[in-house]
Design a protein around this ligand. Structure first.
Ligand code: EPU
Length: 338
């Protein structure tokens, strides 16, 4: 294992922020991961996967451990389903394409989400009506304090909207090393109900979509709305869609009858943060090299040389304006590394 010093993380975070890690190491095996986690010379350790859901706010005095564990296997099979185990360092989208090439269904609505498989459970990634938890079976992790391997069941992961055990009680205590999914071999569930997917299928004249058709539709939608991190630094949705209580929602919708919303339960509603940010006039705005994407106001972008604090200042300005205009609090979805 080579420990690099004063290492630029520019190529390791999709925002493309040129922050430096005091130390950086790449691990290619679970054994190497356990060894470095057990090394007490480094007081602060930060795990980095695909770097697609983090904002590095400045240079960080810590050891960054890049989890580069590779491999994916079929571990179980019945007439209708398969269990596949995927190592944490596998790129999410390439893994999704691999499942589709093998005819396995379940992940197609989550095509083209940036990042690696091992970080997907942390925020229970989701898109177009499907969340990771819908096909998740279990995950293996290493407990940082004693480097012991532990398997987490779906229940133990406590998945919620962009949320899990690993973001709360388990925060900073585990490194996920692999994820096991339960996928369909036949009798696939086609989730085409999401408006944007329906529109795309209609455009392509597809009446009875296959899982591959759904994936292609999702790829087309994402490419039309969301910037490719290779071309324009970003971290996907920067903010979470706020969930508000019924009373707050009723006042809000009375004042803004055209606003989009989703009913979450009898007492709570989700309001798209992208709509709130757009209404405040930020869509497409650029301040130096930090900006708000022109096609999706939920996404903050780095036009080249924005620093983490440039992005953070823009986020603070947006949150303040949304609060002042709508009396609704929005908060970051991305992990702020300080
Ligand atoms: N909207 C606007 N202006 C905008 C953006 C959105 O008015 O600039 C409105 C849209 O017109 C629509 C509503 O907001 O009525 C919802 O927009 P969209 O369907 O594009 O989805 P979203 O709520 O903005 C969420 C996820 C995305 C995911 C999409 C599709 C969160 C925080 N984001 O976005 O996830 O791809 O749904 O399922 O839940 C990500 O997490 O990085 C991500 C991209």
């Amino acid at each position: 294992m080579i420990i690099h010093e004063h290492f630029s993380l520019k190529n390791y975070n999709t925002f493309g922020i040129d922050a430096k890690a005091q130390y950086f190491v790449e691990v290619n095996s679970v054994e190497a991961l356990r060894e470095i986690l057990g090394n007490n010379d480094y007081l602060r350790k930060i795990i980095i996967g695909g770097g697609s859901n983090m904002l590095l706010t400045n240079d960080i005095d810590a050891l960054f451990i890049h989890v580069n564990l590779k491999g994916k296997w079929l571990i179980n099979e019945s007439d209708d389903t398969v269990s596949i185990k995927v190592m944490a360092g596998e790129n999410w989208h390439e893994m999704v394409l691999w499942t589709l090439e093998n005819g396995y269904g379940g992940l197609e609505n989550m095509s083209l989400i940036p990042g690696n498989t091992g970080t997907a459970p942390i925020q229970n990634i989701g898109a177009y009506g499907v969340e990771l938890k819908d096909t998740f079976e279990s995950c293996d992790a290493i407990r940082i304090i004693d480097q012991q391997p532990i398997t987490f069941t779906k229940t133990e992961c406590k998945f919620g909207y962009r949320d899990s055990f690993f973001k709360n009680e388990g925060k900073d205590n585990y490194v996920i090393t692999s994820v096991t999914f339960s996928l369909t071999k036949n009798k696939h569930t086609i989730n085409s109900g999401y408006g944007a997917i329906e529109d795309q299928l209609k455009k392509d004249s597809i009446l009875n979509p296959t899982i591959k058709d759904i994936s292609n539709a999702v790829i087309a939608i994402r490419q039309s709305k969301l910037p490719d991190p290779k071309e324009l630094g970003n971290s996907g949705s920067f903010f979470k869609n706020p969930i508000v209580q019924k009373e707050v929602f009723e006042t809000f919708i009375a004042n803004h009858p055209d606003a989009p919303f989703y009913k979450v339960s009898d007492i709570s509603y989700k309001i798209p943060a992208g709509w709130l940010v757009e209404q405040c006039g930020f869509k497409g705005k650029r301040y130096g090299d930090a900006g708000v994407h022109k096609k999706q106001a939920l996404v903050l972008v780095n036009y080249g040389n924005a620093t983490g604090s440039d992005i953070l200042n823009l986020a603070a300005r947006i949150m303040k304006e949304v609060q002042a205009t709508f009396n609704i609090t929005i908060s970051p979805e991305v992990n702020l590394i300080k």
